[in-house]
Design a protein around this ligand. Sequence first.
Ligand SMILES: [Zn+2]
Length: 304
Amino acid sequence: MKIRIERILAGICAFLAVADVSAAEQKIKVTATVTMVIDLVKQVGGDRVELQGLMGPGVDPHLYKATASDVIKLQQADVIFYSGLLLEGKIQDLFAKMARTKKHVYPVTEAIPLERLLEPPEFAGHYDPHVWFEVPLWEMCVETVVKGLSEFDPKGKDYFEARGKETRAKMKELHEWALKKSAELPKERRILVTSHDAYNYFGRAYGFQVVGLQGISTVTEAGLADMAKLVDFIKQKKVKAIFVESSVPHNTIERISKDAGVKIGGELFSDAMGTPGQIEKGYDLGTYEGMVKHNLNTIVDALK
Ligand SMILES: [Zn+2]
């Protein structure tokens, strides 16, 4: 009898031990929208999160509509992160709906003070959502991810804070690098012509005059009058190169390149990063760091 009880107790202990391990290993299910936000969550969340993304490389978030499987990914998530400022214009309502349930839903850009946001007239009363190209602004967004993960998983708070600190330090270094890289171009050469207005923050941070053909969102297409104006501008300023974007069709910029007799200096990342594991000059194009470095290297080398 005594032996049987001991066996049963041992069995219960073993079961509890297994249960305890699986509880400790249970990761937070996180769903994030665009690649920049996915990367941010990966940096801060590390091994404690199981991450699902909605949009991959080359996907335009302004036009993106949620699929049935996206809705499932959002419903299954413990925590949801999106960029915000209407970047994900067509799925914004879905986040509001999710937030009304018990779910933890965070726009990462909520950490940026409003006075640091740009509100260009062509954005019709909205803030410009493309904040990730001013590295210190994106660095502020780390805070939202640390907060969001810690609120769901208080035991992981120290872990998330330590990783958040590391991420911010890397971004500080990246910003210093970007300042130095852009300074290789004399001020009058720093003119960036692209298809849509994704680089206003980049221009402010690194001293470029930025001219976008399509305005703040890719929803509106460029008219002929805008194209003619841009051709004149390029000729008058003797701009050496203009740029296409990975998440926007290339045809209008290609046409302007022909009409203005100016070369295309390369393809920039605007609203999506590159493919993870694709290495260029020692950095991974599928990371935030790789995205920023690729853009600046491409721009500076083409305009030199
Ligand atoms: Zn955009």
